[in-house]
Design a protein around this ligand. Sequence first.
Ligand SMILES: CSCC[C@H](NC=O)C(=O)O
Ligand SMILES: [Zn+2]
Ligand SMILES: [Zn+2]
Length: 414
Amino acid sequence: FTELESDQVARFQEYLRIRTAHPSPDYAGAAAFLLPYAASLGLRTATLHFTPCRTKPLLLLTWPGSDPSLPSVLLNSHIDSVPAEAERWSHPPFAAHRDPATGRVYARGAQDDKCLPVQYLEAIRGLRAAGFAPARTVHISLVPDEEIGGVDGFEKFAQSEEFRALNVGFMLDEGQASPTDVFRVFYADRLVWRLIVKAAGAPGHGSRMFDGAAVDNLMDCLEAVAGFREAQFGMVKAGERGPGEVVSVNPVYMKAGIPSPTGFVMNMQPSEAEVGFDLRLPPTADIEQIKRRLKEEWAPAHKNLTYELIRKGPVTDVAGRPIFTATDESNPWWSVFEQAITSAGGKLSKPEILSSTTDSRFVRQLGIPALGFSPMSNTPILLHDNNEFLEDKVFLRGIKVYEHVIRALSSFKA
Ligand SMILES: CSCC[C@H](NC=O)C(=O)O
Ligand SMILES: [Zn+2]
Ligand SMILES: [Zn+2]
């Protein structure tokens, strides 16, 4: 590695060592790292707050373009991470240990998505050093709370006067690692719903066999859902659909039983039981059809089942259309992006729907095009997993890719 490259990896490690994992992300620590870093590159910096407590800063870094009348380019990244079960990791999740044999940097957030701001900033360093000056203004947003739904983060930001004033024409946000040597790109996120099913039933002695116990009723629900899930998953396994192109419904918690000082009472059948599902739909899926299925097959009232279906985030854009970004001639940003990847010597996969959900949806909802992209090829998908890592060479290549991408997007004249 050159001295610059070693420094770049070191800066990545330094950011990873700041504990921005939930449930108590160190946003102040992240700001204390990122703001002076951006300022040292000559970027303008600002800190926005969308909560009265002011403990969830949203950082805005700006590289002014020569033609401020053109819509700007926004590069987004969330500051927060999901928690890590340290005991189950081979290296401590906040040490950002670099394995000298493989170059892997192990840390929570290495892929999701703390590589991004360092890559954005180092790409800007490279472009400045090459004497490049953008026509369009380039903004970087570093936002809190993506992992918990973005309510006090991008959701409020997207609705703010400050966001409107940025006049964003196009946004790049996080994507996902690619196990092959093509880069993946995402034009939509799935829609998130929470489904809670509650069963009521007759209580009784643990030894008695009878129909209509609460857990028995809940098991009918789980079985019906499992059948649907198998069918959807089957299409993914068969390669007929991508993981973002089906409906997923996964049980994430179950609640039942009568607590006792040592655990649960073992010889009583409870009169209530509950299960929560994470439910995700492709942007064009028909929620009415799911609602019918829920009422008739998954949680029918005659089995003493009741349910709550809670929508998380928007389902249509401001024009009432499904939320996705076009990846054809109708979206000139798409071809600019695609060509930039080619000029960087990279190959792009067929655009996909992301199976999880990102802050991009709040921007697409406004009718502004946004793509999910994290330049991590030949990398196993480890977001939210144990031993999350990113190889130093892959990280450094990403900086070069962003140099091409930022150059192209910020020069693009419609
Ligand atoms: C309710 S929005 C949740 C957003 C979250 N994002 C990353 O994991 C997700 O579960 O996909
Ligand atoms: Zn993420
Ligand atoms: Zn995540």
